[in-house]
Design a binder for this molecule. Structure first.
Ligand SMILES: NCc1[nH]cc(CCC(=O)O)c1CC(=O)O
Length: 298
């Protein structure tokens, strides 16, 4: 009997996805037992300021990584979107499960879609990527900064603090809240975030037993797609201060990746794409890197 401890944040979404992953793991490996270590991250403690002001996305993973490095937990379940470009020495993303739908959704109280919302209405989002896409589709709407967990943002919409919010469909689905979506935004309208909808399961690089236990849930196709998207992030040295999006899919011909970068104020928006025969993960990273560098030169 092997017993593994997973480290997770305490938000409803983090607990839902960690527990769903643990259930799938135990199903794949009967005899395995999974315990839970709940960790409060600095991203959870600082809720009143935009992430890009307080130091960026690493804030949601740092304390979970500390729990891995000092042996309190065997693996951590992250939203891949929250994992920075550089993984600390001694740790590795060892398993990337099959990806949930990566698209964003638009939610309003009235049922109005992005095209239908009246001029001057306020969209609540602290994401520079989402704000840039809204600015292109509907320059007549206002953007208000809005942070917080999924439930907090839905409540702020209900209370009328804003007229619309944008959330990841994946998060809503994992919480059983997908009925709240007013409209699923096509990637041509809002290109998804790098890694959105995917999970990254992190552990100590040398912990062969944990890596073996997690291997059955690894989805190589998702790994390749996310590797390509993260290549774009590496090219930009992207932190949260640059609006950036990258979205890779598998087609009959191979890999198709689209990417977008803009200035912080949403201006000078540049897009590009690549189509290549289905690559290895290492090749996919280079494709994304190359696309990102092209956008930087443009
Ligand atoms: N920004 C926070 C965050 N990090 C991961 C998700 C859920 C979607 C996912 O797993 O990619 C969310 C919520 C959201 O963007 O709506």
């Amino acid at each position: 009997m092997t017993r593994l401890t997973l480290a997770t944040r305490r938000s409803a979404l983090a607990l839902a996805q960690s527990r769903a992953f643990a259930r799938a793991l135990v199903e794949a490996s009967p005899g395995l037992e999974v315990g839970e270590l709940e960790v409060v991250t600095s991203g959870d403690k600082i809720t009143d300021r935009p992430l890009q002001e307080v130091g960026g996305k690493g804030l949601f993973v740092k304390e979970l990584e500390e729990a891995l490095l000092d042996g309190r937990a065997h693996f951590a379940v992250h939203s891949y979107k929250d994992v920075p470009a550089v993984i600390p020495d001694g740790l590795v993303i060892t398993c990337v499960p099959r990806r949930e739908d990566p698209r964003d959704v638009f939610i309003t109280r009235t049922g109005a879609t992005l095209a239908e919302l009246p001029a001057g209405a306020r969209v609540g989002t602290s994401s520079l990527r989402r704000a840039a896409a809204i600015g292109v589709a509907r320059p007549d709407l206002g953007i208000l900064p809005l942070r917080g967990n999924v439930d907090t943002r839905l409540r702020k919409l209900e209370e009328g603090q804003v007229d619309a919010i944008v959330l990841a469909l994946a998060g809503l689905k994992r919480l059983g809240l997908e009925r709240r979506a007013t409209e699923i935004l096509d990637p041509t309208v809002m290109l998804p975030a790098i890694g959105q909808g995917a999970l990254g399961i992190e552990c100590r690089e040398a912990d062969e037993e944990t890596r073996r236990a997690l291997a059955p849930l690894d989805d190589p196709e998702t790994s390749v797609r996310v590797a390509a998207e993260r290549g774009v992030m590496v090219a930009l040295g992207a932190d949260c201060r640059t609006p950036v999006a990258a979205h890779a899919v598998r087609t009959d011909e191979g890999l198709w990746i689209r990417a977008m970068i803009a200035e912080v104020d949403g201006t000078r928006l540049r897009t590009g794409e690549r189509r290549v025969a289905w690559p290895s993960a290492a090749e996919a990273t280079r494709v994304g890197l190359d696309l990102g560098q092209e956008l930087l030169r443009a």
